[in-house]
Design a protein around this ligand. Structure first.
Ligand SMILES: Nc1ncnc2c1ncn2[C@@H]1O[C@H](COP(=O)(O)OP(=O)(O)OP(=O)(O)O)[C@@H](O)[C@H]1O
Length: 331
């Protein structure tokens, strides 16, 4: 069943920043979709748009069908009802998302009391169940956020996201602030919960390696657009779009310790979303750009079974990995 279908989503902030441009994506029950890209490419804006959490002055157009219902066309009462119960978000940096002066049990209970109309006693029982479900003793309900470790706080955020039994979880950089061991534990926990409850998952990260390890499919964003999408491991290990290639080359290869010591960066910076370059927005940084790329934008085209990429080279000459590497190392 399709839980979420996003069609031609566009977000423009008040100052003219085109943060999300024509994004299409879908998530089925039990499916894990990773969204990757450098800082500023519009990942968080996309996540916030899905539940109408953007500032009021952001202009949002397109369709966001959650269980077939368009979130953008909903009245505010309905939007509030689908937040938590239809889809919920786990934000990065739990310390900033949790209220420092309230016990974590009370914070997890809040959406349960509000959305499930539970009694105090019922909510308390549910909080205990949720804490144990995410690997914390039920007694931690009495703790304040500062009394927990970073990993424990992120477990609390996951418990809170599950509190109203949503169909879809959106995890925005859920492990960025954690050390590698705890990061792996939290990722396994998310995977386990998604499988147990047959949830849909959207996981957002700049880290393609983490996404390819956790997700089934990957969409790579650049300057507000999806520039490549396909099965996660294929996109990570054998990207087609030169930006996706460079992004995956910037991370160590799973199972290849040697590559940890030789990650390659991508030269240049992502463009200012209020003054995007003409043509393909990646062309000023692209090692294999043609003259036409400065004037003609590219749409996603079939790049293999279940794969699409928005590059002039797709469907014609293959982009040579060596060219991308050559440009990265000489920068
Ligand atoms: N409230 C806002 N008003 C104006 N521009 C904004 C606002 N929020 C974000 N932007 C701009 O929109 C673009 C996309 O930002 P966004 O936070 O979605 O990117 P991101 O890929 O999630 O980056 P990061 O990983 O750093 O959070 C950026 O250029 C950012 O400066």
């Amino acid at each position: 069943m399709t839980l979420l279908e996003v069609r031609n989503l566009e977000v423009t902030y008040a100052g003219g920043a085109q943060a999300v441009r024509g994004v299409n994506l879908s998530v089925e029950a039990g499916q894990k979709l990773g969204i990757a890209g450098e800082s500023g490419c519009g990942k968080s804006t996309l996540a916030l748009a899905l539940l109408r959490l953007l500032p009021k002055d952001a202009e949002v157009t397109g369709e966001i069908l959650l269980n077939g219902e368009d979130v953008l066309a909903m009245k505010w009462g309905r939007v509030r009802a689908v937040r938590w119960a239809g889809a919920s978000i786990v934000f990065q940096g739990a310390m900033h998302s949790l209220n420092a002066v309230h016990r974590i049990g009370d914070q997890i209970a809040e959406p349960i009391l509000l959305h499930k109309k539970a009694t105090q006693e019922g909510a308390k029982k549910k909080v205990a169940e949720l804490l144990e479900h995410v690997g914390l003793p039920a007694t931690r309900a009495n703790a304040y956020p500062h009394e927990l470790s970073g990993g424990q706080r992120q477990r609390v955020m996951i418990a809170m996201a599950l509190a109203c039994e949503p169909d879809l979880i959106i995890a925005d950089e859920p492990t960025t602030a954690l050390d590698v061991m705890i990061q792996a534990q939290i990722l396994r926990l998310i995977e386990q919960l998604v499988a147990e409850e047959n949830l849909g998952l959207i996981m957002i990260s700049h880290d393609l390696a983490v996404l390819s390890d956790t997700c089934d499919r990957l969409s790579v964003m650049y300057a507000g657009r999806v520039v490549e999408e396909g099965p996660a491991l294929q996109v990570y290990e054998d990207a087609v779009h030169p930006y996706a290639k460079a992004l995956s080359a910037a991370f160590p290869t799973i199972g290849d310790p040697a590559s940890r010591f030789a990650p390659r960066g991508l030269p240049g910076d992502p463009p200012d979303p209020s003054a995007l370059p003409s043509g393909c927005t990646f062309h000023p940084r692209c090692p294999v750009a043609l003259d036409v790329c400065a004037s003609e934008d590219q749409v996603l085209r079939i790049a293999g079974p279940g794969r699409r990429a928005a590059c002039v080279h797709v469907g014609s000459a293959e982009v040579a990995a060596t060219e991308v590497e050559a440009r990265s190392t000489t920068a």
